[in-house]
Design a protein around this ligand. Structure first.
Ligand SMILES: [Zn+2]
Length: 264
């Protein structure tokens, strides 16, 4: 076990100044996501964001749902673990019966072929939720506006600067926190970033609880849109992309599964 733990704890040291790791074949991943979703009873709704630009929205409706949960991934095209984690979660198909789930597996389908953060048009889509300039985000928000309020939202990301997994919590109503259960579950498969400062923010044991006033932020990430319009509890899960891809995928799978289980 010692060698496994040591291997897990090692950064690769190749992602300096940006992400230079594995890319994914996003059309192939999304086609498998769609196939698995249909096979396991999800509703599949393609959202048109323009000519030849389509986003996928999935919805799971169990017999007796009591919690509405929103999950998104793949808004940054250099963060492949998110869409791959969605694929793994669909493959495992271990969702609790309480959970009605809305799932967007990839919000930036043009960024992945370039293995870069922005869309092919050069837009950081995760800064566009206040002004809605990009067609992807207009299509996404138009769809979100048609959905009911959510009990919980989870956004799956990666960070090449991180020394381990960490999570942002937005919980303005002070509901029972899911941050600790998320970090506990992830710690079994991936190192946690224990830095006191992550991404310029105060952090403790891999948890950042930023004090954010959306009104004061000129550009909104998806999580700020969600906390303003859709939910009172939001988590942004960040896998460390200077680690092997399999570990990052396992981290996002474990964190997402733990959050969904604890929300029920
Ligand atoms: Zn990201």
């Amino acid at each position: 076990m010692a060698t496994t733990t040591q291997a897990l704890a090692q950064r690769l040291g190749k992602n300096l100044g940006g992400y230079f790791g594995e890319a994914i074949d996003i059309p192939a991943v999304l086609s498998e996501v769609r196939r698995l979703a249909v096979a396991t009873g999800w509703h599949v709704e393609p959202l048109s964001a323009g000519p030849e630009l389509e986003l996928l929205a999935l919805r799971r409706v169990p017999a007796t749902p009591t919690r509405r949960i929103y999950i998104s991934a793949g808004i940054h095209g250099d963060e492949p673990a998110g869409p791959l984690a969605v694929l793994e979660l669909l493959r495992a198909n271990q969702w609790p019966e309480c959970a009605e789930i809305w799932l967007c597996p990839c919000l930036n389908p043009t960024g992945f072929p370039l293995n870069k953060r922005e869309s092919a048009a050069g837009v950081d889509l995760n800064r566009d939720y206040r002004h809605l300039r990009a067609p992807e985000i207009r299509a996404h928000v138009t769809w979100l506006e048609r959905q009911p309020p959510m009990d919980l939202s989870l956004c799956l990301h990666e960070d090449w600067e991180a020394h381990g997994f960490y999570v942002y919590e937005l919980n303005p109503a002070g509901r029972p926190s899911l941050a600790e259960p998320i970090v506990r579950a992830v710690s079994r498969v991936c190192p946690i970033d224990s830095s006191a400062l992550i991404d310029g923010r105060e952090a403790r044991d891999g948890i950042i609880r930023p004090h954010l006033d959306p009104a004061l932020r000129p550009e909104w990430p998806e999580a700020l849109y969600l906390i303003t319009h859709k939910t009172r509890q939001s988590y942004t899960l960040e896998a460390p992309s200077d680690f092997p891809l399999a570990i990052r995928v396992a981290a996002l799978v474990a964190g997402t599964a733990a959050a969904v289980q604890h929300a029920c």
